[in-house]
Design a protein around this ligand. Structure first.
Ligand SMILES: *Cc1c(COP(=O)(O)O)cnc(C)c1O
Length: 361
């Protein structure tokens, strides 16, 4: 067996010890006589998996008691609609900051349901930084304000949590979920697809303040209604059972092997520094994102030419560093170095980049 270093933006690497544990339990989970994939979601044994997963998520992410944690399907993209459908229940106004493609998609979806305003955008800067806005830019009667905390495609991240006063802040945290501690009490709602940092594709996690739910229009589809999902412990219908189990294994890995999110953050900062320090000193490669907005998870970079970019991606792939091609809308390169990427993977990538630089400059 030969495993590559996978720099995919998602679905992405999972920790090897998690894959090994899942593999060892594939034919029989504990003494259940079956795989988790085969279990009824109403069974006692799965019920314990689901409850343990939620408890562990709350513990590891330090989720305040007045927040619901929902395990849903439909990806982050379904939430682009579910968020306005659930939360536009007062003035039907919401204010969006546009920091890239995913916030723009979320905005376009929300426009279908209410009076949605763009309060800031870094489109004119090709999204190489996150937009600045202040509390005063937000309409005081808005039902919520919206940001994408880490911008997967552009490799940027808000270096702070924007201040929104009494207006609940909603954040897409798909590509930075569980990568470092987060003060969830500063948000009305955070959510993300799990396939970047948390589990295989198919699970979406929503963390929402209790007082914000239960006011959706009756027309809302039942599976999108946070109140309905919360009242049914995310089991109004069949949840993504196996992904929830995988999420549990990843949480156990963060807690027991890494030592929690402070340690996870240190490790992620170390990995990102190895790559950014090299990019800042390189004569061939340059980082794309502005220094103040740099993501710890997605590192975007370029050489001076499209030909060299393509050559780099091709040679890197041959050397076992895969999925380094930038998003089709941006070009260049992107190394996604999520939680599961070992430090060694980043060190070896930088060694390879140094060699490539020496041969091509
Ligand atoms: C990947 C991603 C999405 C889209 O997620 P899906 O699960 O494919 O819908 C949305 N937002 C961000 C920040 C992402 O990284």
């Amino acid at each position: 067996m030969s495993r590559v270093y996978n720099f995919s933006a998602g679905p992405s690497m999972l920790p090897e010890s998690v894959l090994e544990k899942a593999s060892s339990e594939m034919m029989e989970y504990e003494t259940s006589g079956q795989s988790v994939m085969e279990m009824s979601h109403r069974s006692k044994v799965f019920d314990k998996i689901a409850k343990d997963t939620e408890a562990l998520f709350r513990e590891v992410y330090n989720v305040p008691d007045n927040y619901k944690v929902l395990f849903l399907q439909g990806g982050a993209s379904l939430q682009f609609a579910a968020i306005p459908l659930n939360l536009l229940n007062g003035s039907k106004k919401a204010d969006y900051a546009i920091s890239g493609q995913f916030s723009n998609k979320a905005y376009k979806e929300a426009v279908k349901y209410g009076d949605i305003k763009v309060i800031a955008s870094t489109k004119d800067d090709n999204f190489k930084c996150v937009p600045n806005f202040s509390k005063e830019d937000i309409r005081p009667d808005a039902d919520y304000a919206y940001i994408c905390l880490n911008n997967t495609i552009y490799g940027t991240k808000f270096p702070y949590i924007p201040e929104t006063g009494d207006v609940p802040l909603v954040a897409d945290i798909s590509s930075c979920m569980l990568s470092e501690p987060l003060d969830i009490s500063k948000f009305g709602l955070v959510y993300g697809g799990a396939q970047k940092n948390v589990a295989p594709a198919g699970l979406t996690i929503v963390v929402v303040r209790e007082d914000l739910i239960g006011k959706a229009d009756e027309m809302i589809p039942s599976v999108m209604d946070y109140k309905n999902m919360a009242d049914n412990d995310s089991m109004y219908n069949t949840p993504p059972c196996y992904n929830i189990y995988m999420c549990k294994l990843v949480l156990e890995w963060i807690k027991n092997e890494i030592g929690g999110l402070e340690k996870m953050k240190e490790r992620n900062e170390k990995k990102a520094a190895i790559l950014y320090d090299f990019l800042d000193s390189s004569k061939l490669f340059t980082a794309v994102a502005d220094k103040e907005s740099r993501s710890l998870m997605n590192v975007t970079f370029v050489t001076g030419s499209d030909e060299l970019n393509a050559k780099f991606v091709e040679e890197a792939t041959k050397a076992g560093f895969v999925n380094l091609k930038g998003h089709r809308s941006v070009g260049g390169m992107r190394a996604s170095i999520y939680n599961a990427m070992p430090i060694e993977g980043v060190e070896k990538l930088v060694e390879f980049m140094k060699k490539f630089e020496a041969e091509n400059i």
